[in-house]
Ligand binder design. Structure first.
Ligand SMILES: CC(C)(COP(=O)(O)OP(=O)(O)OC[C@H]1O[C@@H](n2cnc3c(N)ncnc32)[C@H](O)[C@@H]1OP(=O)(O)O)[C@@H](O)C(=O)NCCC(=O)NCCS
Length: 168
């Protein structure tokens, strides 16, 4: 299996839409990730990634054996949070459980500390998101706390977990 994190391309929009239009992915993400996920959502997302100034974040397409299978990104904070970044990711359901995102997170964190000169990378999976929590734990992220009832998603109240990885 060959894993590649690469820049987004305008022509990824069709494949992105097909992978991202999945309730089982959307249910673990913020509402800014649309559901249903239509072609214009994919085009808008790719354009935004390509236009973002480099110092504000890194956004990569996740490719396995030449096919687009997901997305991973770091969003740099503002003001005094300017050396922290939030990590976000998702993977097409057909690819789950192969260790792909664990490896993608390893590479992304390395890029974040090196290219963005970050001190801290954090993520906030919903507490019920066991797979995402495992991905973070396997990458050395530490659970700093639980934000109780901080999430209201599709009519349900949930907790979010704050995980962070400090610059080595
Ligand atoms: C989270 C996500 C990216 C994980 O990607 P992945 O490539 O399948 O993850 P990996 O295969 O690298 O690792 C998953 C780990 O979680 C474990 N896992 C998965 N589902 C699990 C479950 N229901 N209960 C317990 N462990 C589970 C796997 O066994 C594996 O751990 P292990 O190596 O110790 O066995 C993928 O499930 C996804 O896209 N989910 C929807 C979107 C999302 O949640 N994004 C993150 C928001 S914070």
């Amino acid at each position: 299996m060959e894993l590649l994190l690469r820049q987004w391309r305008a022509e990824d929009a069709f494949a992105l839409q097909r992978c991202a239009d999945d309730r089982e992915i959307a249910c673990f993400l913020r509402d800014v990730f649309p559901h249903p996920y239509v072609l214009s959502d994919a085009e808008y997302f790719i354009k935004a990634c390509l236009q973002e100034p480099k110092e504000e974040g890194l956004h990569y397409a996740v490719e396995v054996d030449g096919a687009l299978v997901g997305s991973i990104g770091l969003c740099v904070g503002k003001d005094v949070a300017c050396r922290s970044a939030e990590l976000g990711y998702w993977l097409a359901r057909a690819q789950w459980g192969r260790g792909i995102m664990t490896e993608a997170v390893t590479r992304m964190c390395h890029a974040g500390f090196e290219q963005l000169d970050l001190l801290r990378i954090f993520a906030e999976p919903f507490s019920s998101n066991t797979a995402s929590r495992r991905v973070l734990e396997k990458n050395g992220f530490v659970l700093e706390g639980v934000l109780q009832h901080s999430v209201y998603k599709w009519g349900r109240v949930m907790d979010a977990c704050v995980y962070a990885l400090l610059r080595p």
